[in-house]
Write a protein that binds this ligand. Structure first.
Ligand code: FAD
Length: 486
């Protein structure tokens, strides 16, 4: 993206933004629009729109941290995924922009005992974000829903439970990008917030990693960065952390030492079900993921279709016998996939292991009980709308059909040791909160309690789990923080 060699060893700017995900992107646009002198540094590389269309594995290699999968030590099979490229998670994600659920905002208002994060106060930020990204501006274009989405709609109608339309870009009729998920929305964050800010003077340094923040008195005096294997120093009047939920606390630990050693991260757990229906549903036809089942949101549970990509689907079935795989392939047009997403009570621990960070997690028993309840409800509902067979995210005993006794089955096989899950939503690992309480690092305006010129506006600063996908919330909270900084 930039010729990093042109820079001296000591670089100066007014604002240094570290990390270019959902939060960092908003900072770039907001500050550049104000004419501020801003440098953005990003550990990963720049990739053009559509570069990885149709190739998930290639995108894993170049646009994700740890080639796509960061293992989480746990009894379950558990992997965490996050972006590492210009645009961060916003480049590799599904491009859905949800407003923060009211139940979450009420919790945050109670925490701060004021209305900073009330629905009304955040409304103006969401409206700007939705307008920049063209979220649901043209209903007609997003009306051609694919079969999985219509199955969720049907479940809602049959059971008379809450199913809502998913907020996404008008360009989301494209299904073929990275994860097969909504197309141009995710790129438009890169385009509309980062690339477009170059015209306003934003300096972008890719392949440039912040290694350590140096403190003098009560300020960040400089940031040591590694650019194409060369060490340089950047000093900025204000330093903005936006490295994402795992990397922001890791950078703080490296810079400020022991008191930052015990970081924990809230996560949403995704458990994926492959479903064979009694008809051809050809899930690639139509816009994917247009409906979400929200009836159980207050319990931290959301149910939705997910991007059905044949290669991706088969890679999750390596545990199957060849003859069964052959049968699936023969009937692939009958298959779709869905996710049960749970806002986990327990957090992922970011452990320091001889200078490296290792993630570990234990599923809470209450969450296990919830999973049993909602697997039962959802699988029954799927059979009611034409499912013949369901492939569960279990290591062993993972196939059920209409004749399975679901209560007995889930009692026996939905266990800590037998489940397979992923998470792509990490947050609250360097959270804002009340000073000196619950290990909060930043105040409600994203300003560090300890260092005068340090701010944070990525997913790590959120006070708690958003239950819903976090990107919209991260962007809205970042907008609030930026208003206070500038
Ligand atoms: C596959 C997938 C699908 C998702 N789908 C959705 C969705 O549809 N809707 C939604 O709301 N959310 C979704 N998410 C989650 C969403 O993408 C993230 O919550 C969001 O991007 C987090 O934003 P962030 O600003 O915290 O940082 P990130 O997006 O994690 O970006 C941080 C950036 O900082 C860089 N960085 C890290 N450390 C350093 C350093 N030391 N120096 C310089 N740069 C550094 C990283 O390389 C990275 O690019 C999805 C995530 C994934 C992975």
């Amino acid at each position: 993206m930039t010729n990093n060699d042109k820079y001296e060893n000591n670089i100066k700017c007014e604002y240094l933004v570290i990390g270019s995900g959902a939060g960092g992107a908003v900072a770039c646009k907001y500050l550049s629009d104000l004419g501020k002198d801003v440098i953005l540094i990003e550990d990963g590389d720049y990739h053009e729109i559509n570069k990885f269309a149709g190739s998930i594995s290639e995108s894993f290699l170049y646009a994700w941290r740890n080639s796509g999968i960061t293992p989480v030590l746990s009894k379950a099979n558990f992997a965490f995924g996050e972006g590492r490229c210009l645009g961060g998670g916003s480049y590799v994600n599904g491009g859905l922009i949800w407003r923060t659920p009211e139940i979450v905002l009420n919790e945050w208002c109670n925490l701060f005992n004021d209305k900073t994060f009330s629905k009304d106060n955040l409304k103006k930020y969401f409206e700007i974000i939705e307008s920049i990204l063209d979220i649901n501006q043209d209903e007609k274009k997003s009306n051609f829903e694919n079969a999985e989405s219509l199955k969720i709609k049907k479940i809602g109608e049959k059971k008379n439970i809450k199913v809502v339309k998913v907020p996404k870009s008008i360009n989301s009729s494209r299904n073929e990008l990275t994860l097969g998920a909504a197309g141009l929305t995710k790129n438009s964050i890169l385009q509309k917030y980062i690339i477009s800010s170059k015209e306003k003077g934003l300096e972008i340094l890719t392949n440039c990693k912040a290694e350590k923040l140096f403190v003098k008195d009560d300020k960040i005096a400089s940031v040591q960065v590694k650019m194409n294997n060369k060490i340089k120093n950047i000093s900025a009047e204000k330093v903005i952390l936006a490295c994402g939920a795992t990397q922001t606390p890791i950078l703080m630990k490296k810079s400020f030492g022991n008191r930052y050693l015990d970081s924990q991260m809230n996560v949403h757990l995704n458990l994926r079900l492959g479903v064979k229906f009694n008809e051809n549903i050809q899930t690639k036809k139509g816009v994917m993921f247009t409906r979400q089942l929200q009836e159980y949101m207050d319990d931290g549970v959301l149910i939705m279709p997910t991007s059905f990509n044949k290669n991706n689907f088969f890679s999750s079935l390596v545990k199957m016998h060849n003859k069964d795989l052959f049968n699936i392939e023969k009937n692939i047009d009958q298959y779709g996939s869905f996710i049960i997403q749970l806002s986990s009570l327990n957090k992922i621990m970011l452990n320091n292991f001889f200078g490296n960070t290792i993630l570990s997690y234990k599923l809470n028993n209450q969450d296990l009980i919830k999973l049993k309840k909602y697997f039962l409800i959802f699988c029954k509902s799927l059979f009611d709308v034409g499912a013949e067979e369901i492939l569960l995210p279990f290591k062993k005993n993972f196939i059920i059909d209409k004749n399975t006794n679901l209560i007995d089955f889930f009692d026996k096989y939905l266990t800590q040791n037998n489940i397979e899950m992923v998470s792509v939503h990490g947050m609250s690992s360097a959270k804002m909160g009340i000073k000196n309480s619950e290990k909060s690092r930043f105040d409600r305006n994203g300003k560090s309690f300890e260092f005068k010129n340090l701010y944070c506006l990525d997913s790590s600063v959120l006070p708690s789990s958003t239950i819903e996908s976090p990107q919209g919330t991260i962007m809205a909270i970042a907008s609030h923080i930026l208003e206070k900084i500038s």
